[in-house]
Write a protein that binds this ligand. Structure first.
Ligand SMILES: NC(=O)c1ccc[n+]([C@@H]2O[C@H](COP(=O)([O-])OP(=O)(O)OC[C@H]3O[C@@H](n4cnc5c(N)ncnc54)[C@H](O)[C@@H]3O)[C@@H](O)[C@H]2O)c1
Length: 324
């Protein structure tokens, strides 16, 4: 990290990205959200490569899920957005909670800006019936499902020894069963259309272990295994299954008090001082949700038609230290 860059606050960095997007998009300003302020760059009109496709995305109310929805809509896809959107429905872990309905409404509005159709579902990925109903309604309202992103995730920070059965249960239920249920509910529709794509959100925590991450590490390794098994079995239906394993991403999860406590720091700047020296691409602080969305866009596009069972590390090269 250069000295100049190290002085950038999160806010100045987001403002820079916001302006970069606006310049690339031809200069039409949209309101910035305080939750996820940098809008996805609009796709050029001749690049609506996802026109006619429908994407089903969980954990869509904010962070990476929201960025993926915005990106896919910018490239012409109709989008079904699903989120629990109620902190009371999942035991809060110290220093982090799931999204609110207000965040969800803001995300839906941001996706609608792109002019494609949007369906919104408040549902819990731990509930298979709710996911099946959301998938049924998505197919009814938007014509089918071509792309599935199992992005909803949850974390409780504690030492291995001190983890409670409830903490382990919550994280396993969301991060493992939730990913499986998302696939199970949507596979029938992917089979109908043919050529479907599933993306699961793994993590750097699914490639290596990090002290203090509790059950999260185990569940994200499980996502990697599930991705490979599903890819083996679903290939015969021309369904590709891949995962994205991000490093530290600028979202409410990574920028939470719980995450900072587990790293032994108090501020985002201190987080960046720990992460930056680990990144060969250096000096960026945390990755932005839009960068993860770019990887997702690649994985659902024609350019990735031969790629399945692959884990794409979006980690500024830090993955050189922990993956083959
Ligand atoms: N932020 C990072 O640094 C990072 C790094 C690697 C992987 N990830 C993974 O990326 C994914 C997205 O995380 P994020 O950083 O955007 O976090 P986030 O907290 O901003 O978003 C997570 C979203 O998932 C939703 N969600 C949680 N439990 C749910 C449930 N049971 N049912 C439906 N929705 C639920 C939340 O309400 C929230 O909107 C997660 O799977 C996370 O583990 C994040």
């Amino acid at each position: 990290m250069t000295a100049a860059n190290s002085m950038h606050t999160d806010e100045t960095r987001r403002t820079f990205l916001h302006h970069a997007c606006l310049i690339a998009a031809g200069g039409i300003a949209t309101a910035a959200s305080t939750i996820n302020p940098a809008p996805a760059c609009a796709a050029p009109n001749n690049k609506k490569t996802l026109s006619g496709k429908t994407a089903f995305v969980t954990g869509a109310a904010r962070g990476i899920g929201r960025a993926i929805c915005e990106k896919f809509a910018a490239y012409g896809a109709d989008v079904a957005m699903l989120d629990i959107a109620d902190p009371a429905k999942l035991h809060s872990t110290a220093g982090y909670s799931v999204s609110t309905m207000r965040e969800f409404d803001e995300a839906v509005a941001a996706v609608k800006v792109h002019g494609t159709r949007v369906a919104k579902f408040q549902a819990d990925v731990r509930n298979l019936s709710a996911l099946e109903e959301a998938a049924r309604q998505t197919a009814g309202q938007l014509g089918g499902i071509d792309i599935v992103v199992a992005n909803a995730g949850y974390v409780a920070w504690h030492s291995f020894e001190d983890g409670t059965p409830l903490q382990w249960r919550d994280v396993i239920d969301v991060n493992i069963l939730g990913v499986f249920y998302t696939a199970k509910a949507t596979i029938p529709y992917l089979k109908k259309r043919g050529g479907g794509r599933i993306i699961n959100l793994a993590s750097v925590g699914g490639r290596a272990a990090f002290a203090g991450n509790g059950a999260y590490t185990s569940t994200k390794w499980a996502v990697v295994g599930m991705t490979k098994q599903a890819a083996l079995e679903l290939g015969k239906y021309r369904i590709a299954v891949n995962a994205i394993a991000p490093g530290a991403v600028n979202t409410p999860m990574y920028r939470s008090e719980g995450q900072r406590r587990s790293m032994g720091v108090n501020t985002s700047q201190e987080q960046d001082m720990i992460i930056d020296p680990l990144s060969p691409l250096g000096s960026a602080g945390a990755i932005d949700p839009e960068d993860v969305a770019d990887a997702a866009l690649f994985l659902v596009g024609d350019a990735a038609k031969t790629i399945s069972a692959t884990i794409v590390d979006v980690a500024l090269g830090y993955n050189a230290s922990y993956t083959a």
